[in-house]
Design a binder for this molecule. Structure first.
Ligand code: AVJ
Length: 384
């Protein structure tokens, strides 16, 4: 069987239970699609706050705010794809340019191993960017295991299907989970998958092959610098000596370029931003008038942060019926909806050091707008 066509079995049996106890006690459901595709769906250990909880906290607080992770419902995900094609939004194109030019060099930089490198991606890459790295790895090794970790099970299944079809030498073991839960599960799975029987007499159990972890698209930018370092420390804790992290990070640049990238002429980013209110109207019986708000993107240069806001054009009151909540706005009052942090070279070095990494190598697009950074775990006592 070549394509990942149908689900052949759903198991909640021995494998799933072994994995789930190793992953810290939450249930893991493993779906075996076929011999080239498995999907482990992990229940979150500590579920993130719901839309209702976040909306109540964010709109009764001062200043008002809403978390950017709620952008990505079906409509929001489509709008984000549209953003990636905008002339002003250079981020996706710049990273793509780097990978087209340097994917071969990036994989040549990895510690070579007889077993070959495994590819783990935070976020599921249906995109061309992931394909460039898969193709580069397959040019130097006969087969490849690709492990996408993504909260959206449908996104992961869709992208896995397309990738399996495009690459007959690829196997996909997908994990539908929060990043941290997914990485913990993967680390434990590698230990468990080493053969135990005959260990005393036989050869040493094979070590897990080295991994290349991908975290592309400057998704790190949505975290504060401190939260980014803390998150990466957690990633580092799951990595072996020969594992590497390839992290795409957007760079500090001129205000005009940044503000245009987050406030495009066609108004796509404005629609993306207002989709939050549309979502509250739909899911929580909200009564937001989308026309009462203007989309704003402001570069706070000292922080190196583009912030997005929805600004009330005149005094009015919105309501959210499902929460029994009335939300008054004065003229010019803003809801803060997203931060997108930009990094200097020094800030990238500081991020790596704070998280226990050394920066092994970096690549840039020709306009030096974006950076692809290969982080390696720093060894004990090493000054990064
Ligand atoms: C997906 C977080 C990388 O910050 O550039 C794009 C999201 N927001 N336009 C970014 C986004 C507005 C994007 N990231």
């Amino acid at each position: 069987m070549t394509g990942a066509t149908g689900v052949t079995a759903v198991q909640r049996g021995a494998a799933g239970e072994a994995a789930s106890s190793a992953a810290g006690g939450h249930g893991a459901t493993t779906v075996h699609h076929d011999d080239r595709f498995t999907l482990a769906a992990l229940g979150p250990i500590s579920p993130a706050a719901s839309l209702a909880e976040e909306v109540r906290a964010g709109l009764t607080g001062m200043p008002k705010r809403l978390p950017c992770r709620f952008f990505y419902d079906d409509d929001g995900s489509l709008l984000f794809e549209e953003i990636c094609e905008l002339p002003e939004y250079y981020v996706t194109r710049a990273e793509h340019e780097i990978l087209v030019a340097h994917a071969a060099e990036i994989v040549a930089q990895l510690p070579s191993a007889e077993t070959g490198t495994e590819l783990v991606e935070l976020g599921s890459g249906s995109a061309v960017k992931t394909r460039l790295l898969i193709a580069a790895l397959l040019r130097r090794q006969p087969g490849l295991r690709y492990v996408p970790v993504d909260i959206s099970r449908s996104a992961i299944e869709e992208s896995a299907r397309a990738l399996l079809k495009a690459y007959p030498a690829l196997r996909v073991d997908a994990i539908a989970a929060e990043y941290e839960d997914g990485l913990r599960y993967l680390a434990n799975q590698d230990v468990l998958s080493a053969p135990v029987a005959g260990r005393a007499a036989g050869p040493a159990p094979p070590e897990a092959p080295p991994k290349l972890l991908l975290w592309l698209g400057s998704n790190v930018g949505n975290l504060t610098r401190a939260a980014a370092a803390a998150f990466l420390r957690g990633v580092r804790a799951r990595m072996g000596r020969d594992d590497r992290l390839l992290i795409g990070i957007d760079l500090r640049k001129d205000r005009a370029v940044l503000e245009a990238a987050y406030d495009d002429a066609r108004g796509v980013t404005a629609r993306f931003n207002k989709n939050l209110l549309r979502r509250i109207n739909r899911e929580l019986d909200g009564r937001f008038d989308l026309d009462a708000f203007a989309h704003r993107a402001i570069y706070h240069e000292e922080d190196g942060r583009v912030a997005m806001y929805l600004v009330s054009a005149y005094p009015h009151e919105a309501s959210i019926e499902a929460l029994g909540l009335r939300v008054p706005f004065v003229t010019g009052e803003a809801i803060h909806t997203e931060d997108s942090y930009k990094y200097s070279d020094a800030e990238i070095r500081a991020l790596a050091a704070a998280a226990g990494f050394a920066v092994e190598r970096r690549w840039f697009d020709t306009g030096r707008r974006f950076s692809e950074n290969l982080f390696r775990p720093a060894v004990q006592g090493e000054l990064a």
